[in-house]
Write a protein that binds this ligand. Sequence first.
Ligand code: UD1
Length: 366
Amino acid sequence: MKSKKRIFLVAGARPNFMKIAPIYNEMKKSKKLKPVIVHTGQHYDKNMSLIFFRELGLPKPHIYLGVGSGSHAVQTAKIMVEFEKVCLEGKPDMVLVVGDVNSTLACSVVASKLLIPIAHIEAGLRSFDRAMPEEINRIVTDSLSDYLFTTCRDANKNLEREGVKPNKIFFTGNVMIDSLKKFIVKAEKRKTFRRLSLKDGEYALLTLHRPSNVDDKATLEKILKTIAKISKKTKIIFPAHPRTKKQVEKYKLKKYLRGGNIEVIEPVGYLDALNLMKHSKFVLTDSGGMQEETTVLGVPCITMRENTERPITVTQGTSTLVGNNPVKITRVVNQILNGKYNKGKIPELWDGKSARRIVKIIEAKV
Ligand code: UD1
């Protein structure tokens, strides 16, 4: 019998783990493919990484690069150096990358120079804002990829406009929603919101981590002031990202989070995050993934960004872009509290079967 084709599944940061999980599980069933999980170590805190592996039922990473934090250049370079070694040693038949984090970019560059075919999951998303580090990661990764798997038809158009040959592009849906559908029942059983003494549908879930929102003092202060005002109308639960926590301390802005109606907690795992999202009145966030998850859960999402690479969550889903403008944020909060917010619909192929479609295509190609 022929030996199986080895596929390196690269994951590095929190939003990657729920994307590789369904692909890993599907590939494990394949007679032709052998999935090998490579964790770059871009995220390394227990509650930013390990908890996700446990909850998603993933095995310990087969290969751990342990690169940790650093400037973009340092982090990207370290990942490249380490990933090149494991590629030379492990000789994968394909490198599969997901999303748009520094690990995605670094591993694609390495694979392309070693002439290893690259599959990119979540290809073709564009915010058209090159001030976002993720936009650079998306453009470079897509330009190097051999198989581009997309979550929506807009992404196919973006890729075709950039000159990618249509026969390299596959509209297969959203793997993140595969995980959501698989784990929502388990997440419900955890009763997270009750344990935090929150009432069903009577609180807002806040997450904030983008450099454009948290790295500049005046911007972060403006956002936190607005949040403090909103908390007078509704309880807010805030699992704070390590980057944000650091910035709040550095700029001495804790005072805005001290009002009794805001609760700051450590970052939560995947199941608690799903539970908190599902039972919230609304979500206030700058996360791309949560725009997608709230769309499927039917929960209003006030997106604190000027633009999005996921416009379908605005045109079809439950997301409204408000930037960091206090007037816009407050207006949408009031709309929701007054019951005047539109329910969205679930985008095409966000049906829980994307990984199956992707693995079938990869089986046919390698
Ligand atoms: C990264 C991704 C971003 C994604 C986000 C999800 C890039 C360019 N950005 O941003 O697209 O939305 O992950 O969280 O890849 N830190 C810890 N512990 C950790 C990880 C990070 O303390 O486990 C702290 C470090 O101080 C680090 C900072 O958070 O410097 C930022 O981490 P980094 O991975 O550089 O970027 P994120 O902001 O997490």
